[in-house]
Design a protein around this ligand. Structure first.
Ligand SMILES: Cc1cc2nc3c(=O)[nH]c(=O)nc-3n(C[C@H](O)[C@H](O)[C@H](O)COP(=O)(O)O)c2cc1C
Length: 356
């Protein structure tokens, strides 16, 4: 056992963090239709600056990567300028932020997009399920178009350009969202990736997209410590079917072995269907290991003290407790979160939770 706890200072790449608490990436659907984050997001993020690291909501690197209503992007000058206001305000409060890149791939509906381009995916397989649209309520996912092999370098370059854009906006780094059934995970999972070229089939081929995207993001950032990644092996979400624990852990072990020499700023793992995901993957990760999914003050401290993680990621508790680390420090009660306002427009349930 060590004496490290949630409030112990930490380090990500060359950056010191004031504690071991990360705010989880959380889509809050308060951006404008054109992918520009609203000014409300300035308040929302600066209110949460006491986190050791804020990981932003999922941000689309390109217009084709946006799938949900009122979610933000980072490809236009206007979007970059709006994100800069958010980064500046959060930094002024002593906060640190990484921007999460969420390319939805096939998890999209045309009613939520500001491009006429169809969604792209490793294979032309429509995801089972529905998503919310403001105009017509719940709708089936659109059928995606399968990427041509020759188009993949361009998609990877979009992640590199988004990295340059996020750093130009003043962000401390970027996170590749390879979890939750979005584009990178659609390449990782055999169920969604039926390709027969170098990006599909064998484990080494299925991890290729993620490896190349990280390489491009690191080159764009000029430092691997400014790049993190989120994974969620075996998650049951967005029609991902990684049902076989052995094969799934084999895929992720191969991925982690391939990327460990890159020395990312951190690896962020969401606990999902399999009980021992953290224990199974940790031996292959020599960079800071950030564990997330259902943690409390007590279980987070215990995980750090046991050396099973270096950071703990908190999601839902941060929605209703903007000063969550301060509350942990003072052992103050937490305000319960309100799922009804997770994705609704406006300040209600977003910026109106007071600090202690
Ligand atoms: C409202 C909401 C939105 C979310 N949006 C994202 C997202 O954009 N990107 C992502 O990687 N995870 C997203 N998640 C998952 C969280 O990052 C986190 O992994 C999950 O909530 C588990 O942590 P918790 O139990 O501490 O909430 C979201 C979760 C919630 C509650």
């Amino acid at each position: 056992m060590s004496d490290i706890n949630l409030l112990t200072p930490g380090r990500i790449g060359g950056m010191a963090t004031r504690n071991r608490i990360m705010m989880a990436p959380m889509t809050r659907s308060r951006a404008h239709e054109d992918g520009v984050p609203s000014d409300l997001a300035i308040t929302y993020y600066e209110q949460r600056a006491s986190a050791g690291l804020i990981i932003t909501e999922g941000v689309a690197p390109t217009a084709v990567g946006r799938g949900y209503a009122r979610t933000p992007s980072i490809h236009s000058a206007e979007q970059i300028a709006a994100w800069k206001k958010i980064a500046d305000a959060t930094h002024a409060k002593g906060g640190r932020l990484f921007m999460q890149f969420m390319h939805v791939g096939r998890i999209a509906h045309s009613g939520n997009r500001y491009t006429a381009e169809p969604p792209i995916a490793p294979s032309a397989l429509r995801a089972a399920g529905q998503m919310w649209t403001d105009a017509n309520g719940l709708q089936d996912f659109d059928e995606p178009r399968a990427l041509e092999t020759g188009e993949i370098p361009g998609v990877i370059e979009d992640f590199a350009q988004a990295t340059r854009n996020a750093l130009a906006a003043g962000f401390d780094g970027v996170e590749l969202h390879s979890a939750s059934g979005y584009l990178p995970m659609q390449f990782l999972s055999a169920h969604t990736n039926r390709r027969t070229d170098a990006y599909g089939g064998s484990v080494n081929n299925r991890i290729r997209f993620v490896v190349e995207a990280l390489e491009a993001m690191i080159a764009a950032a000029g430092s691997s410590g400014r790049v993190g990644m989120k994974i969620s092996p075996g998650i049951v979400f967005n029609d991902i079917q990684e049902l076989d624990p052995v094969g799934t852990i084999e895929t992720y072990t191969a991925l982690l072995k391939a990327i460990d020499p890159m020395q990312l700023g951190y690896l962020h793992v969401l606990q999902s269907a399999f009980p021992n995901t953290f224990e199974a993957l940790r031996p292959f990760v020599s960079v800071p290991f950030a564990a997330g999914g259902g943690f409390t003050h007590e279980t987070g401290d215990a995980m750090l003290a046991a050396g099973k993680a270096d950071f703990i990621v908190f999601g839902k508790p941060f929605t209703s407790n903007p000063d969550l680390p301060v509350r942990f420090e003072k052992s103050a009660p937490l305000t319960p979160f309100t799922p009804d306002t997770f994705y609704t427009p406006g300040a209600k349930g977003y910026t109106d939770y007071p600090p202690l």
